[in-house]
Design a protein around this ligand. Structure first.
Ligand code: AMP
Length: 457
């Protein structure tokens, strides 16, 4: 059976990650690590949760350690670009664990945090820089760093970076990185725009793929409540949350305004809740996530900025309070639950206006979502105007949809590596007034113009 030592990683790295409980590589790690170590460009089709950070992070750290030379002042050896602050933080957190007890320096560059501090950190040179594109360009404008020593470039969640309008920033950044480099691109989906990006930035890449994106939905128990109108959703959500006092839930809405309003409503009704969306400062977003991870709050109200990347073991419920405009987002949202070997439920609320969106989701995932209450709205099978999954082919081929496992089931396939974090337990009932100070937003210092504009969700 494959273990990490057979993939070509050094004994030092293998023993480091063994201490973190990494015994068996996940499929994406098994495929990508040897290729990266060989020096190949890699185009990975994989979602967060599949272990892709280690798939590129471990071989990169290994190669940086082999090379041994310290980075010159203001230079960067490895540049990792990701769409959101949360994802950047999470990637850096993982890499710092992998690189513990080595001299490698991992720095972060994100909007919403002090740019002067980031500038200061970059001065001594950086082995691995994890960045959102907008803030990186701001720092390049200030000549806080140079990219002419970058040897390795990683574009993570590339499809979301394109969705957020980062294409020009990416082109600009890539033009500052030497052509003589190794590039890795990871994306959860493979629309034509990503294929174009890949052919532009990667050199004869090897493509690696783990479970087709739409399949993720298989692992989660899914159900839908058909409701007559928006007003019914609040009541239904309150009931659901009250029925699951031990649960840990993420509630997704389409708009920042809607998310904030709902969070305040739930808070006023005694639920321990906070919100994450594009109007929150980085500090607020981090505090909300931390409170959610520690169990101080158990309901996180979010827009799609939190749909990807966030890795909180033990999320028991994902509520699609509003169905997403783009079917892909549904798959990302529900992927926040049933992680790390735990069970998860995804519950959607569907008004008559959202019927077309539900149809798109069912087509994309190939799953007919079980009905929890209400009746399917008339014309539910009418195509939604101008919307839908982004040409992934596969499931949208008119095949009969499979019915999702009824809620409450446990079985189902899990992907490799799911034994991880298996010891997580929810603590006691977390309902109660305890909040993390979200209601007193601090003034935003050093706002990052570009990130803030783009991370509008
Ligand atoms: P990622 O897809 O990189 O966000 O990883 C998802 C989660 O899986 C993170 O909590 C990782 O620490 C964990 N993980 C990744 N690879 C492994 C592995 N081979 N064994 C155990 N846990 C892993």
């Amino acid at each position: 059976m494959t273990d990490f030592s057979t993939l070509g990683l050094s004994a030092q790295i293998v023993s480091r990650i063994a201490k973190e409980g990494y015994e068996k590589p996940t499929p994406i790690q098994e495929k990508a690590i040897p290729l990266v170590l060989e020096g190949r460009d890699v185009m990975g089709l994989a979602q967060t949760g599949t272990g892709k950070t280690a798939a590129f992070g471990l071989p990169l750290i290994d190669m940086l350690l082999q090379n041994g030379r310290k980075p010159d002042p203001k230079t960067v050896k490895t540049l990792i670009l990701a769409p959101t602050r949360e994802l950047v933080n999470q990637i850096a957190e993982n890499l710092r664990i992998f690189a513990r007890k080595t001299p490698l320096k991992v720095n972060i560059v994100v909007g919403g945090a002090s740019i002067n501090r980031q500038q200061h950190q970059l001065a001594a040179g950086t082995d691995i820089l994890v960045a959102t594109p907008g803030r990186l360009l701001d720092l390049l404008d200030r000549r806080a760093l140079r990219l002419d020593a970058v040897r390795f470039l990683v574009l993570d969640e590339a499809d979301q970076m394109l969705d957020l309008g980062f294409i020009h920033d990416l082109k600009k950044i890539a033009s500052l990185v030497p052509d003589q480099r190794q590039t890795m691109l990871f994306s959860a989906t493979m629309p034509k725009s990503i294929a174009d990006l890949s052919s532009r930035f990667l050199n004869n890449p090897e493509r690696v793929e783990v479970s087709p994106p739409g399949k993720t939905a298989d692992k989660v128990d899914q159900a839908v409540h058909f409701v007559a109108g928006k007003a019914d959703k609040v009541e239904l959500l309150r009931q659901e949350l009250s029925n699951n006092p031990e649960g840990r839930a993420i509630v997704f809405l389409r708009t920042k305004h809607g998310a904030e309003k709902l969070m305040k409503h739930l808070d006023s009704r005694g639920f321990a809740t906070a919100s994450i969306h594009g109007n929150k400062s980085q500090g607020q977003r981090e505090r909300a996530l931390k409170a959610f991870k520690t169990g101080e709050i158990n309901v996180l109200v979010a827009t799609d900025v939190a749909a990807r990347g966030i890795d909180v073991p033990g999320v028991t419920h994902v509520y699609n309070y509003d169905l997403p405009e783009v079917a892909d987002a549904y798959v990302h949202r529900i992927g926040r639950t049933a992680r790390a070997g735990n069970d998860g439920k995804a519950i959607a609320f569907c008004t008559p206006e959202e019927s077309g969106l539900l149809r798109d989701i069912q087509r994309l995932t190939g799953i007919e979502i079980a009905i929890a209450s209400g009746e399917p709205h008339a014309h539910a099978d009418r195509p939604a105007k101008g919307r839908g999954g982004r040409g992934r082919g596969g499931n949208a081929s008119g095949k009969p949809a499979r019915r999702a496992r009824p809620s409450g089931g446990n079985g189902g396939q899990r992907h490799a590596g799911d034994a991880r974090d298996g010891g997580h337990r929810d603590s006691a009932n977390r309902h109660g007034p305890g909040r993390d100070g979200q209601s007193k937003p601090r003034p935003r210092r050093q706002r990052n113009r570009q990130n803030d504009r783009r991370q509008s969700a």
